[in-house]
Each structure stands twice: as structure tokens, then as C-alpha cells.
Design a protein around this ligand. Sequence first.
Ligand SMILES: N[C@](CCCC[B-](O)(O)O)(CCN1CCCCC1)C(=O)O
Ligand SMILES: [Mn+2]
Ligand SMILES: [Mn+2]
Ligand SMILES: [Mn+2]
Length: 301
Amino acid sequence: KTIAVVGCPFSGGQSKLGVDKGPIHLVEAGLITRLEELGWKVIFDGHHQFEEISTASDPPIGKLKNPRLVSSVCESVADVVGTHVRNGQLPVTLGGDHSLAMGTISGTLSSYPDACVIWIDAHADINTAETTSSGNIHGMPVSFLLGLGEKIPEYAWVKPLLRPERLVYIGLRDLDAGERRILRENNIKAFSMHEVDKYGIGRVMDMALDHVNPNRDLPIHLSFDVDALDPSVAPSTGTPVRGGLTFREGHYICEVIHETGLLVALDLMEVNPSLADPESVRQTVAVGCSLVCSALGETLL
Ligand SMILES: N[C@](CCCC[B-](O)(O)O)(CCN1CCCCC1)C(=O)O
Ligand SMILES: [Mn+2]
Ligand SMILES: [Mn+2]
Ligand SMILES: [Mn+2]
């Protein structure tokens, strides 16, 4: 099978500079060569250049920041990812901030309507226009994918293709009040760091897959926010939160998902190479590359 690496140098879903440089750092760390060494055919049609809509013509909608820019970029990402999936390729989207998942998951679901989504993150990214306090759209993609909250005309292209029972979170530890309510009201399965501590990552993965993929017959879209990892493991990211996944727990998640043989699309998001000292940046980029390789078949033995 062929991997399509989709570089998405995009930062409009949040307010810290630098996350748009994530893709180039991941590629320049040798990700493509490592994937080829795993036996994959890899196509990389370059980092997508997103037209910069000037903020003058993109005033906030309610609290939402850069709303038209985020919408148009995610819509084009949905088209790119959907095309790769329809061509039988496995899209590996490199972020860029996590608002991009509105596009990647829309792309996957357009071809695999029964796909389940495994969301690895310190955050739920499920705020609606009503519940967000920051207005940063990287804290909102899941609500759009589920069709929650007031409809926003600029986001009419996002079809509510994701069903709550097809979504599971691992790594949560920093939720806004509105998000806690939304998870409860929609019965969304979430394994926070408390459950990871209580059951261990092995049982958590069994339970997570049993929930969203009980017969192990549904395609999997893995959306991995590196801030799910402990900041000591992946320091150079925009919204770090203490008490995260270890290096091994992060890799175990990816290894188990590879073992299912059901992975159809992968996002590696929120690597921001400008938020730490050079060695910490290098470490964060290296962990990102390593996670992608584990999800795509790199094993320890
Ligand atoms: N929930 C947050 C963080 C979103 C992180 C997005 B991710 O996971 O892609 O990195 C946090 C809002 N929070 C409100 C209280 C004060 C601190 C920030 C938000 O901005 O909505
Ligand atoms: Mn996220
Ligand atoms: Mn996060
Ligand atoms: Mn983040």
C-alpha cells in the first residue's frame, strides 16, 4: 500500500506562531525515508501552500478567530485527504494545529463512512461556538464533525458524518466545563489519564477498541495530538499539560493500532518547533516521527 504524506503548514486554529513549521521539521528529520525503510511506497506532493486570507477580511465570528481561513483550509484538506483515501492510499497528515482534523476526518469519513476515530490528546477539542472561551478553533474540530452546536454558514461544508459511538479519546486531562458537559450528554467514551493510571495502557487500548470497533472490522482514523504526551516527552507544543502519556504509552497506542491492520488515515498534530530550546525541539520532532513509524509498522523486535 502507498502512504500519502500531506504536509499542512497551518497555524490559524490557534494563536502561537511556529506550529505551521511542524511539517517541514518532521520531513527534514527523515520521516519519509524511515517509512520507505518499513517497506511503504511513499508519495509526498510537498507541503500544501494555503492562501493567507488577511485578518482584515476575516473578522471573528462570535468568539471564533480566523474563522474563514480555518474553514477554507480545512475544506481543501478534506478534499486532499478524501482523494488520497479514494485512491486507496493511506494519508499521513502532518500538522499544523489540530483544527486541521476537521478536514482530515471529513476526508476519511467521505470514503469510509463507518470509520471510527481514535483521538489521542490532553484535550477533547470538542468546544462549540457557544462553549469555547478562547475562540481558538483547534479546540473545536470534534464538535463540527459531530454536528453539535449552532450552525455556522461558513462551516456548512462540514457534514456531521461522525457518530458519537464511533469516537474514543485517550489521554484527556484538561477539559473545559462545556466540554465535560458535551462528553456526558453525548455518551462519548473517554479514557483520561486517570483510567490510564488505573488500568494501564494495555487494558485501555483493549477497552477503547472494544468500544468503537468491537468486531475489529471498521477502518480506523488515528488523530494524534503530541500534547497527549507528557511535556517532558514532547515539550515543543502549543498547549502542554502536565501528567501526560509516557514515551512508551504513546508508542504502545500506535503499535496496537498498527497490529489491528485497520488503520486508514493518521494525523500527527501540534508539533511547534519554535517553543523550546533546540534540543527539546529536536526531541519533540523525533518523537513525532517515531510515533508515525510505530503506527505504520515499526516494531521493537
Ligand atoms: N480547550 C482549550 C484548549 C484547546 C487545545 C487544542 B489542542 O488539543 O488541539 O491542542 C483550552 C481553553 N482553556 C480555557 C481555560 C483557560 C486555559 C485555556 C481551548 O482553547 O478551547
Ligand atoms: Mn488537539
Ligand atoms: Mn491538545
Ligand atoms: Mn496543542
